[in-house]
Write a protein that binds this ligand. Structure first.
Ligand code: NAD
Length: 303
């Protein structure tokens, strides 16, 4: 049976470490880091995600608030709200919960957040810096995957990795760090040989690439996409996918992209869903918020 990479326990350790760091920082005379989460509309899953983020922030000593808007909010009104937060010296981190209602241009909104307050790392400048292996704010889910590989001591140097899913917020930044040079400035490079698969990768090719991989990271939202006969014995499997399904008994539950029951008999290490990458994403978001607060305070001192 595979080693279970317990993201929930690791996230707790990281948040405990962060709580101490933030407390020390505040004791040195700094204001507590602050986070504002904007949510537009009534999507229940988005409201749950935001509530989890706010609770995690409060737990580690970040002053966090949700700003809720009706789905009828116009793009101009949202941009104006973001602009006000950008200019507010009491606000360090700004997060816009995605997806946004139809009619609002998400790229435009992500680019409206000041890059130095962009805790999601979705601003064009932060993505550009990530692509150039420069120090930056890294999207939390991708950072969660990298942190899990590091903390669980999964070897990546020279190994074959497959990333299934190429979204700009999840698959792409994961692949970016996995293939990068660890000696570059960001310090996040993992020196793996990376293959990116997506919805137009023919099934037999997906199977072939996965079978050749030492590490399979999947982020598609397609339940049971990754089956046991696609996994090399002993490989590491990181499941980013989260899909809510209804069981035959009529109950709802969260599942990943991986046929966990069977893949866990073949893999060397595997993340569960729930309790894997999900809680680690929230922990990394808290780390990002502290990072932007420290950088902002440093630049205020220098100017
Ligand atoms: P997305 O819809 O933007 O992207 C999905 C990707 O999967 C696309 O690149 C698509 O090409 C690929 N894909 C779809 N069907 C495929 C197939 N049959 N074979 C191979 N590739 C296929 O989604 P996203 O925002 O990248 O999120 C992906 C999944 O990760 C979702 O389930 C989402 O809920 C989950 N997610 C989890 C976390 C977390 O913290 N654990 C965070 C963000 C997203």
């Amino acid at each position: 049976m595979a080693q279970i990479l317990d993201g929930k326990a690791l996230a707790k350790d990281i948040k405990d470490e962060l709580k101490v760091k933030i407390s020390n920082w505040v004791n040195q005379g700094n204001r507590s880091p602050s986070l504002r989460c904007i949510i537009v509309g009534e999507d229940p899953a988005s409201h749950t995600y935001v509530a989890n983020k706010i609770q995690a922030a409060l737990d580690v000593g970040i002053a966090a608030d949700t700003i809720k808007y009706d789905a009828s909010l116009s793009q101009e009104e949202l941009l104006a709200a973001i602009d006000a937060l950008n200019k507010d010296d009491e606000v360090d981190g700004i997060l816009i919960q995605l997806p946004l209602p139809r009619g609002i241009d998400e790229r435009r909104v992500c680019n409206a957040v000041a890059p130095e307050k962009d805790v999601d790392g979705f601003h064009i400048i932060n993505i550009g810096q990530l692509s150039l292996d420069m120090p930056t704010v890294v999207p939390a889910t991708a950072l969660a995957v990298v942190e899990m590989l590091k903390r669980f001591k999964i070897q990546t140097f020279g190994r074959n990795a497959v990333v299934v899913g190429r979204s700009k917020n999840v698959g792409m930044p994961i692949a970016m760090m996995l293939h990068s040079d660890r000696n570059h400035d960001s310090g996040l490079g993992m020196d793996a040989t990376v293959t990116i698969c997506h919805r137009y990768t023919p099934r037999e090719q997906l199977e072939l690439f996965c079978r050749n991989a030492d590490i399979v990271i999947t982020a598609t939202g397609v339940p049971k996409l990754i089956k046991a006969d696609m996994i090399k014995p002993g490989a590491t499997v990181i499941d980013v996918g989260i899909t809510r399904i209804t069981t035959e008994q009529g109950k709802t539950k969260l599942v990943g992209d991986v046929d966990y029951e069977n893949v866990s008999k073949i893999a060397g290490a595997i993340t569960p869903v729930p309790g894997g990458v999900g809680p680690m994403t929230v922990a990394m978001l808290m780390q990002n918020t502290f990072q932007v607060a420290q950088r902002l305070r440093q630049s205020q001192i220098e100017n």
